[in-house]
Ligand binder design. Structure first.
Ligand SMILES: [Zn+2]
Ligand SMILES: [Zn+2]
Ligand SMILES: [Zn+2]
Length: 117
């Protein structure tokens, strides 16, 4: 008598991330990170144009759009050929832009080169 001992061991080993809380509050020792005050002080300015203002004037094109949170200027990002967002910063000294891309809301400070989610 041969009893097929087909005991299939189904060890359920699920990877359940029980503690996925990220605590990054221990980076206070060597303050090499520049603390940006501009993003904190930035307003919630709405974009005043539907595209890069300078590119619309000259008939250029852009890759991504950035909204200046100081005056609502809309300029194109550094992946665009004309980089009007950073040009606007150099001209008007408005430090903080926000991404004008759909689904994105991060902010960028040109002065400190800090990205805020
Ligand atoms: Zn800043
Ligand atoms: Zn542009
Ligand atoms: Zn501006």
């Amino acid at each position: 008598m041969i009893s097929p001992n087909a005991a299939i061991r189904s060890t359920v080993s699920k990877c359940t991330p029980t503690s996925c809380s990220r605590d990054n509050g221990s980076a206070n020792e060597e303050a090499s990170l520049a603390t940006c005050v501009h993003i904190d002080e930035a307003k919630d300015t709405q974009p005043r144009a539907n595209g890069c203002e300078e590119c619309l004037k000259i008939g250029g094109y852009w890759v991504h759009l950035r909204t200046c949170l100081e005056c609502g200027h809309v300029g194109c990002c550094d992946s665009s050929p004309n980089k009007h967002a950073s040009a606007h910063f150099h001209e008007d000294k408005h430090p903080v832009v926000r991404s004008a891309e759909p689904g994105e809301s991060w902010k960028w400070c040109f002065v400190d080169e800090v990205l805020a989610p």
